[in-house]
Design a protein around this ligand. Structure first.
Ligand code: KIV
Ligand code: ZN
Length: 532
């Protein structure tokens, strides 16, 4: 049985014909507003790589930087304009001639381009920051739009802090810039202050009341200070916005911007309730999120919707039981449709025997009833100690209980030379379960961990792609213990090995071997099934 959305929410009138849905244009500002997040600065080459990925993700518009701000940003915007022809490129500028000139030059080679001008419209910004009257600001807005229009047809204008500005002044300003040639009006909630009803109403009233409002595109730009950026963007769509400005992972000033993946997946998952669609290629979401997180050195919160590590993981026994019977019981989206490797059940003290049995079966380990009871009792004791019991620990408990080694490989010996020399050298001895033979491997790397990883890659060549290594300090002081978690991905399934030790290099090596063992054990299951 499959569940459709009208079954999960019967009040929803299903709109099944996607041709009937309004297309919302996704304006990505990860590389401009996102980069304004403290510590997230990108080198020009990184921007170019990320822009390519954003184009692959299917965003309609990319704002790659602020050309006047630095030669590096100018070069990045220029290179992206030259290279990416299927996406509109935005030159961002204050309402000032020098900024406009730089933005115009940087985007000169774009197949499709737009100039994005902004100036504040709230009294608090005018009085304390710009120290200008409304009349002066209005004059600048008008003149600068007219100036930019000489060079570029598509002009987006943003009255900054629009949601905290006098409504009549915003309407007056919007009317004036439309008269000068603005084609897109963005009404930013710069401080993340608006409530959804207010933001929706602002779009409705400015669109209706500003002369020319029916001839331009309206855009939402929401910050997340009160956690309302996605809700406000959806409210703006209800109020008539057909463009939404977003960033990958919701990165941006302070608490960030409206998150691309959250907005897109809300629209996708509740299409019939929201009644719009985007052109985003959802299968690229996870890869894009990881690339942005890595390039910006910005970790993703475990519980972040869509792309957080826990977003599709389930620990409670009741949820796990439901999921094993039918995924729709406790999941509203298919993580694999977003390119997220599957690893939905994590085992902890709330997990039941059913989930443990199922997980061991996935690794080709079958237990009789008596063995299962024994493993379960050991597991519960371990769960009290560790909170979450990693798969390699569960396999070890099953080995203890059945008196049989399951892991195909074990780490027997590790030696690393680290220090001031150019490269670090590691040597590793690995024992193979079936032959009980030991083999030695040596490897080098820029750091001791890399050297160890190179050794293990030689020892277990069938291992999946090394995805990630996390290191956590579990205590403080000289004898602090470290936890290493290594993730590898094989056939779009992620295997995660965990180990704890005072020696963090040894913990990382054990965790890596554990992840490889999990992959090989589950591979044995599918081979056996195929054979059968
Ligand atoms: O948050 C904001 O107001 C902005 C504009 C300048 C578009 O980023
Ligand atoms: Zn912003």
């Amino acid at each position: 049985m499959t569940i459709n959305q009208s079954q999960t929410n019967p009040s929803v009138n299903a709109i099944n014909n996607s041709d009937a849905l309004q297309r919302i244009r996704i304006f990505d500002t990860t590389l401009r507003d996102g980069e304004q997040s403290p510590g997230a600065t990108l080198a020009p080459e990184q921007k170019i790589i990320l822009a390519r990925q954003l184009a692959k993700l299917g965003v309609d518009i990319i704002e790659p930087g602020f050309p006047i701000s630095s030669p590096g940003d100018f070069a990045a915007v220029q290179q992206i304009s030259r290279e990416l022809h299927n996406v509109e490129i935005v030159g961002f500028a204050r309402a000032m001639k020098v900024d406009i000139d730089a933005a115009v030059r940087a985007t000169a080679d774009a197949a499709r381009r737009r100039l994005h001008l902004f100036i504040s419209s709230s009294d608090i910004h005018l009085d304390f920051q710009l120290k200008k009257t409304r009349e002066q600001v209005m004059q600048i807005a008008r003149e600068m739009v007219a100036y930019g229009k000489q060079f570029v047809d598509e002009i987006e204008f943003s009255p900054m802090d629009a949601s905290r500005s006098g409504r009549e002044f915003v309407i007056e300003m919007v009317e004036a810039v439309i008269a000068e040639g603005a084609t897109v009006i963005n009404l930013p909630d710069t401080l993340g202050y608006a409530m959804p009803e207010e933001y929706e109403e602002m779009f409705r009233s400015v669109r209706r009341q500003a002369r020319g409002g029916d001839k331009v595109v309206f855009s939402a730009h929401c910050h997340n200070d009160l956690g309302l950026a996605v809700a406000n963007s959806l409210a703006a769509i209800r109020g008539g916005a057909t463009q939404v400005e977003v960033t990958v992972n919701g990165i941006g000033e302070r608490a960030g911007n409206c998150s691309l993946e959250e907005l897109v997946m809300a629209i996708e998952t509740r299409k019939s309730a929201i009644g719009v669609q985007t052109g985003i290629v959802t299968s690229e979401i996870y890869e894009t999120s990881r690339m942005v997180s890595r390039a910006m050195n910005f970790p993703i919160a475990y519980n972040k919707p869509i792309v957080g590590r826990n977003a599709f993981q389930h620990e409670s026994g009741i949820h796990q039981d439901g999921l094993l019977k039918n995924r729709n019981t406790f999941e509203i989206m298919d993580p694999e449709a977003m390119g997220i490797p599957r690893s939905m059940i994590v085992l902890g003290k709330h997990s039941g025997r059913h989930a443990i049995k199922h997980r061991l079966n996935e690794f080709g380990i079958t237990l009789n009833e008596e063995q299962l009871v024994d493993v379960y009792n050991r597991f519960i004791a371990k769960a009290d100690e560790l909170k979450l019991v990693p798969d390699n620990e569960l396999i070890r408990l099953a080995s203890e209980s059945t008196d049989m080694q399951h892991d195909p490989y074990s780490l027997v010996h590790l030696q690393v030379m680290a220090g001031t020399n150019e490269s670090r050298i590691a040597s590793v001895t690995i024992r193979e379960r079936d032959s009980q033979e030991d083999s030695n491997f040596t490897g080098t790397g820029k750091g001791p961990l890399e050297a160890v990883i190179h050794c293990i890659q030689q020892a277990i060549p069938e291992a999946g792609e090394f995805e990630d290594l996390e290191l956590h300090s579990l205590s403080t002081g000289e004898d602090a213990r470290g936890e290493a978690i290594v993730s590898i991905v094989h056939n779009n399934v992620r295997y995660r090995g965990t180990a704890i030790h005072n020696d963090i290099i040894l913990a990382a090596a054990q965790a890596y071997v554990a992840a490889c063992n999990q992959q090989l054990l589950s591979g044995q299951t599918s081979d056996a099934k195929q054979g059968a």
